[in-house]
Each structure stands twice: as C-alpha cells, then as structure tokens.
Write a protein that binds this ligand. Structure first.
Ligand code: MOS
Length: 706
C-alpha cells in the first residue's frame, strides 16, 4: 500500500522549504499575464455600462472604427437587449496603443433607455420593487427549507435562548492581478493564450469548444498568476472578446480588466443576512436552532451560506433564499458560504455562552464533536493566553480596551482524480516533472519538486518543474476547493516512484544486485544488503546512454484524505474614543493532514487570516441606491488589509495524519468570528454587522451608555 512513510524518515517532506519561484517573484523576473508582450501586439479595452438597468436602443461603432490606430471594434450587446448591472459589457476595441483604445471607447455611440433598478437587498425585497429577473416571481428565489428534529419542543426545553440578526456585506475578490488574457493566433487553427487563470485546462477546453477548435490546438499558459480566489475558472467575456479581436485583426491582443471592472464584473462573495434564534440547556447543550436568511449574488443566484455551522444542533429549521439586485454576478470566493456562516454561528455561540454564564470556549467544547478541534482549542487557548481574557466583557479600564475571542471552521480538500503527470530522468542526471496544474499562489511547483526530490534522493532545486501550460497535454483540474495539492501530489509521487524503479532496472547490472535490493540515498543509489556497493546519481543516470526515463503516475487514494478542522483565537485592542479596532494577534491552528511544505502551508494560513481580517474589519461593496453604481470600485475606497492592519499571526500547522489534504480555503473562515467575539469581549457591546468599522463601534458604545 502506498504511503508517504514515517515523518522521521522524510528528508524533505514536512520541512520548511523556500518557494522555488520566490526569487523570480521578488526580482520581477517572473512573468505574469500582465507582463506578457508579443510582437505586433494590440491593446484591447471594453466599453461598459455605467447604468444599472437599461434597454439598448442604439449602438453605433463606426466612429470608433474610423479612428486611426483602431484595428477592430466588436459589439458585446445588441439593440433590443438589456443591460442589467453597472459594468456590463457593451463593446470591445483593439488598437495600436492603449491610449488609442481608450479614445475609441469614447467614440462608441450607445443609446440607452434607462429602467428602474434596485441595488440593495432591502430595496429588492420592498413592496412594488421593479422585477429584475425574467425567470423569477419577484426578486426572491424560492426558499430552500430544511428541518431536522423537533424544533418547537426543543425551544420549550431550552434554559436560555438568543435571537439575533447577523449580516455580512458583499465582498469582492480583489485579485492583485486583474482578470485578463494575451491572445495570439499562430495560424488560423492554432491559438495560444496567456491567461490569468486558476484552471489552465478549463480555459483551454472552454475556448476550444467556443471557437470550434480541437482542444490540442489551443494552448493556455499561466506561468504565474496574481490571485484568483475562485473568480478565475473561465475565459470570461473579456477572454472571448480578446480571442475574437485577435482573430479579426490577425494580431496578438492583450486585454486585461481595469481595477474598476474587476470590482464590478469579475465576481464577488455574496452578502448574508440571517435572523436566527437558538436555545441551549442549563448545562450548555445547544439543542434548538431556527434560522431564516438570504443573500445577494447580484443578478445571479448562488448566495448560499452554512447555517448552522461546525457545532452540532439536533433540532434545527433553516430557510434560505436568494435576492436578486442589479449588480455583477457572484462567483465562488475562498471557502464559498463558510466565512459568513461562521461569523454568525460563532457570534451566536458567544451570545448563548454569555447568557449561560459559561466560558465561550467551554460552551464550544460541549457542542463540538471534532476530536481534532478539541485538541486545537487546548493548543490555541494556551498560545493566545486565554486565561488573560476578560471574564466580564468590557471590564478593562482606560481608553484602549483589550479582548479575546475564538472561532472555528471546517473544509474538505481531499483532491480528485484526473491529473496526469510525467517525471523524466535524463542521462545527464537532470530531472523534470511536468503536469498541467497551475500555481494559484500556493507554491505547487515547490511541492512537486519536494516530492520528486524526496523520492529520488535529490534537492528540490535539482528538479525542473513545469506547470501552468496545457501544451504538454498533461491535464489537471482547476485550482479550486483547496483540491490542488491533494489532486497532484499522489500522481507526482507515483510517477517519481515509477521513474525510480526504471532507473533501478538500468543500474542493477552495474551494482550486481537484484532490483528490489536497491535503495535511494542522498545523491546516490546503494544496495540494501551490502551498503559498500553504491553509485552516485550521475553514475546511475549515465547508464541511460541515449535514453531517458519518462514515467506517468496515478492518483493513489491512499496518499490523500479529505476533511480538515481549524480554530482561531484573536486578541484585539479597541480604542473607545476613535472606535478603531487593532488586531494584536491571531493564533490560527489549522489541521491539514500531511503538510508537504510546512513553510508554504504556513504562508497559506497567513493569507487566509489576512483575508478573514479584511472581511471582519474593512471590506464592503457599497452600492448607491440613487445611481445604481458601486461607490468604491477602486482600491482607495475599497479597503483591504495592508501592513498596518496585519497583526502578529501565529500559524500552527496541525498535522493530524500522513495523508495530503488541501488547506487553501479553510484558514479564512474562523477569523471573522474570532475577531468579532474579541471586540465584544473588549468593549462589552456586540457588532452583528460586518465590517466592524469605527462608526459602528462608537454608535454601539453610545447606545450602551444611554
Ligand atoms: Mo475556490 S473559491 O474553489 O478557488
């Protein structure tokens, strides 16, 4: 049975190893899609709607087409069609320079008949609101209702109940590299696309289908990418437009989204509003839960969230629905549905614990059936110094008050089959590992190098890893659902093992020993029964002569496992005069199975915590009900955490077994509840609406005083 072996026998796996592409990234040598320039390349731009809802009554591209330097203009809507949100595409241009492309957009004549719109959930649900989806009755979807146990009976048994409304606003992905492509037709049947994508093969197949090309005549390359978080699985309108413009002009075209468009149309995390009532027994058993909630995914549905979450409630009733508004589509965003659900659940848990007069950690312990998380609670509490927490919330003295809180999360991340990979050993001793996955930023190149190097007794830097290119025809799935490492690692490991076996067959005659008596040492191959018999790696591969060894692998299920638990503790300091919340420290204890690279795993946890902190304290898409526009579609007014906001983060890689499990998404989940609970512990008032901004703190403090 395949296994990763014992930790004590691993030379590289589980150690902290610097990212192979790190130097290229910090020196600027690494080429992102944005950095790709091709000879004779044109610049693409898209004209977008500035209104939230309108009929297109006229569209004339001729003046734009006539502008010197403009090479092509294509419509992306047509007369008689509707525009349903700010940012929706009207037309695209390709021009000799980016400035000419910008000028050309101004020469496109579009006439719109504006229609009534709604951009907030409240307006969408109000009596007499304009209907904005043809396929729904009103602006609410049919509710999904679930019921388990006897909720009413459970409430009558409950010693305490809490009833509250929790809200998280729409968050946008804020990929530092905006969506986009550089497209080049090498001839009329062969297309090469540099894409900022988390699914190289997904985009390849998408483009092949839409442009009716054999899949192997479309090559998609993503050497490096600047963030996707769930928003970059498809070519998108902008990708398809770039391919069409390139085909028309027979020139390469670069079309990257502007920062504004990125906020408006490139996906977002839906909002959540939930009204929940829950009850617990005197001895701290959570027994009753009743929740009605909704969210908006803009013009699309998909605004689900997890409720209840993590903690077990035997009797529960839930009702969820989607609300449509005139705003850009939601897309999957790092742990879709989990952070918003976790914020509400962890707030609720603390409110119940307070009513019971119970330590919120004890209350969690009673209601959490995960043994892993139970151990994490102990470790995290020690690390943050939970005993220093205020027993009475808000009891600290002085202007700046400190508090602590805890939150929890869970995720799958067990990977899937479908990855093909090849490990090649050449006669000169060089080793290559090739597969069609992509590095969404987690360091999969380094993970692959570590696995191959461990198997072959080499250093990670000895392995040449090629990912992010559909050219070699070795498919892998999209980097979503925290599935990449668990999908790729078993295939790489078995490919490297097969290549090693082939090499042993070549070396056995030289060592005068049977193949199964050969072993890999560091930089050498030796005979297990007679360790004096040894050859260096170079001597061994020299046996290949003109040949190379090239082996594939298989997705051995024994090498991976799904299901992770995590918990986080936060310590904050709240300035009661300014309302400013400073997060002092986050302790993130994250279960991840076997961490192939402890350093990049910690880095993923850090990234998740930072994203969760942003959602807790800063991020919010603000829509203007008067104009139907997003008021903060930039990075000045849409705040994401910067160096001043990032606290000390103690990332604890909590390995629970020796099987690979992905951990990209789960660390962004528990942060919200941990911070919200810490704020309450500091000042004794609860903020039930994210983000927790100074105005909300000051208002809540003033209300408490009054
Ligand atoms: Mo993820 S939200 O499946 O990239």
């Amino acid at each position: 049975m395949a296994s990763w072996g014992e930790a004590s026998q691993s030379r590289l796996i589980g150690k902290r190893i610097a990212r192979l592409s790190g130097k290229d990234k910090v020196t600027g040598k690494a080429k992102y899609t944005f950095d790709i320039n091709r000879p004779e390349m044109l610049y693409g731009r898209i004209l977008r709607s500035e209104v939230a809802h309108a009929n297109v009554t006229d569209l004339d591209l001729t003046r734009a087409e006539a502008l010197p330097g403009v090479k092509a203009v294509i419509p992306l809507t047509e007369v008689g069609r509707k525009l349903r949100y700010q940012g929706q595409e009207i037309a695209a241009v390709a021009a000799e320079t980016d400035d000419i492309a910008k000028d050309a957009l101004r020469l496109i004549y579009v006439e719109l008949e504006e229609l009534p719109f709604v951009v907030t959930e409240a307006d969408a649900m109000a009596e007499g609101a304009p209907q904005i989806r043809d396929d729904w009755k009103g602006n609410q979807s049919n509710p999904g209702i679930n019921e388990d146990g006897d909720v009413d009976a459970a409430f009558s048994e409950a010693a305490v109940t809490v009833e509250a409304t929790y809200h998280t606003p729409v968050q946008t992905h804020v990929c530092l590299e905006t969506h986009g492509h550089v497209v080049e037709w090498t001839d009329e049947n062969n297309l090469t696309v540099w894409a900022s994508t988390q699914a190289v093969f997904g985009v390849r197949n998408d483009l092949a289908r839409r442009f009716e090309l054999p899949a192997n005549q479309v090559r998609v390359i993503t050497e490096h990418m600047g963030g996707g978080f769930g928003s970059k699985f498809n070519a998108g309108v902008e990708g398809l437009a770039a391919v069409r413009l390139s085909r028309m002009t027979e020139r390469p075209v670069k079309l990257m989204l502007t920062r504004k468009a990125e906020h408006l149309v490139a996906g977002n995390r839906p909002s959540m509003t939930q009204h929940v009532k829950a009850g617990a027994t005197r001895d701290g058993r959570l027994i009753a839960y009743d929740m009605r909630g909704y969210g908006t995914g803009g013009i699309s549905s998909g605004a689900g969230f997890n409720a209840p979450y993590v903690y077990h409630v035997p009797n529960r009733r839930t009702e969820r629905f989607n609300v449509a508004v005139n705003a850009g589509n939601q897309r999957a965003m790092r742990a879709p549905g989990h952070p918003q659900g976790a914020f509400a659940m962890d707030s609720l848990m603390d409110e119940l614990a307070e009513k019971l007069g119970m330590n919120p950690l004890e209350f969690r312990r009673i209601n959490d059936s995960s043994e892993v998380r139970q151990a994490q609670y102990t470790l995290g509490a020690q690390e943050i110094g939970w005993h220093r927490r205020n027993n009475v919330p808000g009891s600290g003295t002085g202007v700046k008050k400190r508090g602590m809180g805890v939150g929890s999360g869970l995720w799958g991340g067990g990977g899937g089959r479908g990855t093909q990979a090849r490990v090649t050993i050449n006669a000169d001793g060089t080793v290559e590992a090739v597969t069609g996955t992509q590095d969404i930023g987690t360091g999969i190149r380094t993970v692959i190098a570590i696995i191959v190097a461990e198997e072959l007794g080499l250093a990670p830097t000895d392995i040449s890893v090629k990912v992010g290119d559909s050219g070699p025809g070795l498919p892998s799935g999209g980097s979503g659902g925290s599935q990449t490492t668990a999908s790729v690692a078993p295939v790489i490991k078995t490919a490297a093992a097969a290549a090693k076996q082939k090499l042993f067959e070549h070396v056995a005659p030289l060592l005068q020993a049977p193949v199964d008596d050969l072993r890999i040492g560091t930089g050498k191959i030796y005979v297990a029964s007679d360790r004096t018999k040894t050859v260096t790696w170079k001597q061994a591969t020299g046996q290949l002569g003109q040949e190379s060894i090239s082996e594939g692998g298989n997705w051995d299920q024994e090498l991976r496992q799904g299901g992770v638990a995590g918990t986080q503790f936060a310590e904050v300091e709240v300035d009661t005069q300014t309302g400013h919340v400073k997060v002092l420290k986050i302790v993130a204890v994250q279960d991840c199975g076997l961490a192939i690279n402890r350093l990049t795993t910690e880095s993923q946890i850090n990234g998740g915590v930072i994203m969760g902190l942003g959602q807790a304290l800063l991020e919010e898409r603000i829509m203007d009900p008067q104009t139907g526009r997003m008021l903060n579609a930039n990075l000045e007014d849409y705040k994401v955490p910067g160096t001043f906001e990032i606290p000390e983060i103690k990332s604890i890689v909590f390995d629970t077994h020796r099987k690979v499990t992905g951990v990209g998404e789960p660390p962004c989940i528990p942060t919200l509840g941990a911070i919200a609970n810490a704020v309450h512990n500091a000042i004794g008032v609860r903020i039930r609406e994210l983000p927790i901004t100074p105005d909300k703190i000051l208002t809540a403090l003033a209300e408490k005083k009054a």
